[in-house]
Write a protein that binds this ligand. Structure first.
Ligand code: GCU
Length: 753
């Protein structure tokens, strides 16, 4: 009896427990359909057309996409999948809480950065909402491109270390950048940043809103979550966008070359960040799977039902309504990829990662392609299907790696190659194109790999288009920045201001690396032009044909003559010009020697004493000549300095060259102007007496008195700067420190002579 009486309440308790459990389970939502891993069982599905507007019209142009379809799609992803994307905060504060110049054995500078926001209702940014660590490579040309991702490495360690999950709910989250990979990224010249999730949005169903979403007023209220309320993915993506705000203030990072990257759930976040923030230069999603790159309507691997059941806090509540009803979704993930176009996008999968549906990730790229194409970029063709370990595509790229769900060294090696070609090389080209003139010196500092890139080829094609029929290039133009679009017959060239020589140097390096034939032909024409332009007396006019104005004189002005000679000296010695025939190289040597003889002939003798040079000399008699009204016959304190540098560079044993150098240096020594100080104010130049001031030199000295002279547009020679008009006084380099370098170089040159 006893036994019976105790058994009944136990059964009742058990039944009660079942009822409670069943109720709880039904509140959590029905158990989703199990994942399909059999390709043969994938049911037919229909994907929405990325270019078709909700009203049925189809956009057919880049403009239609940008104006109508893109915003519409972005709204659909907000309302159906990820929730509203929070705007950038108005009140905030950045803090660099730790800075270490010699992190990772001196390889990188480490910065730990914190973003603070105000508590709701307050205007004082007091609460940390985002914390990340960035390693910036030392000893490389800055600013550098960067990779940024959420939880890429463990920021609590001194160097990139694979993080272990730091929140209790999901312990299996794999992070991927270890020390070796971290070092190789930094050695390649990229910064690497990893965002923490703790303050931003912990990866936990109970806690995810207890960070950015709470501070932004987007946390669930007592009434629950709105259908389009953002979840953790939205918060992570928002954090990534904020890191870009920071990078635009950090001078060591090129904020126009930041790649957002993520693996798995953070790959989903990277894609959503890239879709919302067009400032990301490229987007890489590795094994991002369901809710990332994989198509939702393709029933393979993880489903909307499974993911919203296991991770309800990642998405907006509306997404769960498509559990096991993916066919009702008005969007699919290929359209998320399309929102990244035309930027470089790399999607990667692993062969054994069927949970993430590798094929679905590939097909998303394929079906996003029409958008890339309409925006002028290549997409990916449907076939052939990607072979194992064979990346396909260019700007939109995909690979299927051997192995399982992970972000491995192999993946990183490919991502680095991709970033190099699609982000860094174009960034270099953009920078070179942004200078006012073609800056050949800056271009020649770039690697051969850059010269071999498509970006360099675009610049070279632009340069080629500007070459005049005579073989020269115009001055004060960045001929690499854009193609010449005017009348080809109107193209003019000059040697003034370094024009033509910069183009030749740029093209010479380019053809050396690429073997490009048009560049070689242009170089032949350009060299022929230089050689043809040389007078029998050995000098060069400012441009050729010389015309009848002052530009026909042998032009030392603005170092034209010296620049041409430096160039001709370089040609037979530089591997960039090794493709030229030996006879051509010999012609360059001979022209150079004639130029040096011409320099010696031009050196002005005043009352029997050798001095320096005028800015122009007669092409036949070698006598000094005037140019514009304010450039009279005179001795030049500016141009003569660079002539002397060239002569000293020769390290020649010729006595006539030694004599020229000694005479020139002596002239500089006796023509120094002591105790003067040139003050530049906002709107004028003043010369004031300043006892003890370092010596300066005037641009022009009178022949024969050797007094500094100043001339305005009226052509009247005067004895002080103050006497000429404001416009000329301020529009010309009348004084300089040119003789200081001459003295230094001369002291070295004289040693042992
Ligand atoms: C789970 C989840 C995936 C996710 C992965 C990860 O497996 O189902 O969608 O990508 O975790 O983030 O590692």
């Amino acid at each position: 009896m006893k036994a019976r009486s105790t058994k009944a309440p136990r059964v009742r308790a058990l039944i009660r427990a079942w009822v409670i459990l069943a109720t709880v389970l039904s509140c959590l939502g029905a158990t989703p359909r199990r994942a399909n891993h059999d390709e043969a069982k994938v049911a037919p599905y229909v994907l929405p057309d990325p270019l078709r507007l909700e009203d049925g019209r189809r956009v057919a142009s880049a403009q239609g996409w940008e104006r109508d379809r893109r915003p519409e799609l972005l709204r659909l992803f907000e309302s159906q999948v990820y929730g509203r994307f929070p705007p950038a905060p108005k009140i905030f504060r950045w803090r660099v809480v730790r800075e270490e110049a010699r992190a990772m054995d001196g390889l990188a500078t480490r910065r730990d950065v914190v973003l603070d926001l105000p508590e709701p209702g307050s205007s004082e940014p007091s609460t940390p909402v985002l914390r990340f660590t960035v390693f910036i490579p030392n000893r490389v040309e800055q600013p550098v491109p960067a990779f940024v991702g959420v939880h890429l490495f463990d920021t609590s360690k001194p160097a990139p270390t694979p993080a272990v999950a730091r929140d209790p709910d999901h312990t299996s989250f794999p992070e991927n950048v270890g020390d070796e990979v971290g070092r190789s990224i930094l050695r390649r010249g990229y910064a690497l940043a990893s965002l923490d999730t703790q303050e931003l949005a912990p990866d936990s169903t109970n806690n995810y809103a207890n960070g950015a979403l709470r501070l932004l007023g987007l946390a669930p209220s007592a009434a629950g979550r709105a259908d389009d309320a953002p979840g953790a993915l939205g918060a992570w993506a928002w954090g990534l966008a904020r890191s870009l705000d920071y990078f635009s203030t950090d001078r060591s990072v090129d904020s126009s070359a930041v790649v957002v990257i993520g693996h798995s759930r953070m790959g989903k976040a990277a894609l959503w960040a890239g879709a919302n923030d067009p400032r990301f230069a490229a987007i890489i999603a590795n094994g991002s799977g369901c809710g990332g790159a994989a198509l939702s309507k393709r029933d393979f691997g993880e489903t909307v039902g499974i993911i919203t059941h296991a991770f309800p806090h990642w998405f907006c509540p509306q997404f769960a309504n498509f559990a096991d009803h993916e066919e009702r979704l008005p969007v699919d993930q290929h359209q998320l990829i399309a929102l990244l176009a035309p930027r470089p996008v790399y999607l990667a999968s692993a062969e054994k990662d069927s949970w993430a549906d590798p094929k679905g990730e590939f097909l998303a790229a394929v079906h996003a392609s029409p958008v890339f194409q309409i925006l002028g970029t290549e997409g990916l063709p449907t076939s052939p299907e990607p072979a194992l370990d064979q990346p396909i595509g260019t700007r939109l790229r995909y690979h299927l790696r051997r192995g399982r769900h992970d972000l491995t060294e192999v993946d990183w090696a490919r991502f680095l190659g991709f970033a190099e070609a699609e982000v860094r090389h174009p960034a270099i080209a953009r920078r070179l194109a942004s200078h006012e003139r073609l800056d050949a010196a800056a271009a020649l500092r770039q690697s051969h790999t850059w010269f071999a890139s498509r970006s360099a080829a675009v610049l070279a094609t632009n340069v080629l288009s500007h070459q005049s029929s005579h073989g020269a290039w115009p001055k004060n133009t960045n001929t690499a920045a854009a193609p010449y679009t005017g009348d080809p017959a109107q193209r003019r060239g000059t040697f003034d201001n370094g024009a033509t020589l910069g183009e030749l140097r740029f093209l010479a390096r380019f053809q050396r690396v690429t073997g490009d034939k048009p560049a070689r032909a242009a170089l032949q024409r350009g060299l022929h032009h230089i050689l043809e332009a040389q007078y029998a007396s050995g000098g060069w006019p400012q441009s050729y044909p010389p015309g009848s104005g002052y530009a026909r004189h042998i032009t030392f002005n603005d170092n034209t003559m010296v620049r041409i000679l430096e160039f001709l000296r370089e040609v037979p010695r530089s591997p960039d010009f090794a493709f030229l025939e030996p006879e051509r190289l010999e012609e360059c040597r001979a022209a150079f020697n004639r130029g040096i003889d011409c320099i010696l002939q031009c050196q002005v003798r005043v009352e029997g004493v050798l001095t320096v040079w005028c800015a122009q000399h007669d092409a036949i008699t070698f006598e000094p000549r005037p140019a514009r009204s304010f450039e009279p016959v005179s001795l030049s304190g500016a141009e003569s300095a660079r002539v002397l540098h060239l002569l000293m560079d020769l390290k020649s044993d010729r006595p006539d060259i030694h004599q020229a150098i000694r005479a020139g240096a002596a002239w500089f020594a006796r023509s120094a102007l002591p105790d003067l100080y040139v003050v530049r104010s906002d709107d004028d130049v003043l010369v004031i007496a300043e006892p003890g001031a370092p010596p300066i030199w005037a641009r022009f000295y009178d022949i024969p008195t050797n007094r500094p002279i100043f001339t305005g547009r009226d052509g009247v020679v005067r004895g002080s700067l103050a006497e000429i008009e404001h416009e000329r006084r301020n529009g010309y380099a009348w004084y300089g420190t040119w003789g200081q370098d001459v003295a230094r170089r001369f002291a070295d040159w004289s040693v042992g002579r």
